[in-house]
Design a protein around this ligand. Structure first.
Ligand code: URA
Length: 200
C-alpha cells in the first residue's frame, strides 16, 4: 500500500479523496450487526458520520422497528469518501478501499452483516446474480437455506435504502420496502440467534 493508505483519515489512494470533505469512518459497537452501505452521501460527507442522510435514517427506522436502535448496530461503507454528484463508486475506487472494508469487518467482529444494496453485496457475497438483485435478496433470505458468509460472518443482502425511502416498487408492484424489512428482519433473527442453520 502507498503512504496515503496507511492513515485512515488521510487516505489518498484513489481519486475520491480530492472531492471529499472528510473520510467517513465505521462507527457503532463491535460484536453485533454491521450494516455495509455503498458510499457516503452529501450529509455523511459533511458530518463524517455514516448513514445520517435520508437513506440512512430509513435504515435506522427499519431496524428500530425490529428492536435494534442506532446505538446498537455498526455501520460502514464500501468506499469511505463521497463520490462526486453521488455517482456509483468505480471499480478501481472500490478496490482501493477494499482493505479498509476488510479491516472493518475484522475489527468489528460482527455477528451478522447486513449488505445494504447491490454494491455492498457484491463485496461480501461470492454468488453471482444474473436474474436481478432483488430476486437474489428474496432467495437468500428465505428461511429454508443457510446464509452466505464473509470472513466467517453470515451475510444478509437487502435492497438499498434509497428505493425504500422513495417508496419505489418492484416490477410486480410490491413495494421494495417490504423486501427490505423482510431482509432486515432476517439479519436481526441471525443477530439474536433465532436461526440455527449452518453457514454455507
Ligand atoms: N448513507 C451511507 O453512509 N451509505 C449508504 O449507502 C447510504 C446512506
Amino acid at each position: 500500500m502507498s503512504v496515503g493508505a496507511s492513515d485512515p483519515v488521510r487516505c489518498t489512494v484513489c481519486r475520491l479523496h480530492r472531492g471529499r470533505t472528510q473520510v467517513v469512518l465505521p462507527d457503532g459497537p463491535a460484536g453485533g450487526l454491521l450494516a455495509i452501505g455503498e458510499a457516503p452521501g452529501q450529509q455523511e460527507d459533511a458530518t463524517g458520520i455514516g448513514f445520517v442522510g435520508r437513506a440512512g435514517r430509513t435504515l435506522d427506522a427499519v431496524l428500530e422497528r425490529l428492536g435494534v436502535a442506532r446505538q446498537a448496530y455498526a455501520r460502514t461503507n464500501v468506499v469511505r469518501c463521497r463520490p462526486p454528484d453521488n455517482r456509483k463508486p468505480r471499480a478501481d475506487e472500490v478496490l482501493a478501499c477494499r482493505p479498509w472494508l476488510e479491516g472493518a469487518v475484522r475489527d468489528l467482529r460482527p455477528r451478522v452483516i447486513l449488505a445494504v444494496g447491490q454494491s455492498a453485496a457484491a463485496q461480501v457475497m461470492s454468488v453471482q446474480w444474473g436474474a436481478g438483485y432483488l430476486d437474489l435478496v428474496e432467495e437468500v433470505i428465505s428461511a429454508s437455506r443457510p446464509l452466505p458468509s464473509y470472513q466467517g460472518v453470515p451475510v444478509v443482502p437487502m435492497p438499498h435504502t434509497s428505493p425504500l425511502a422513495w417508496n419505489r416498487r418492484r416490477p410486480d408492484g410490491t413495494p421494495i420496502r417490504e423486501l427490505g424489512v423482510a431482509a432486515a428482519a432476517r439479519a436481526v433473527a441471525e443477530l439474536i440467534g433465532d436461526t440455527p442453520l449452518p453457514l454455507r
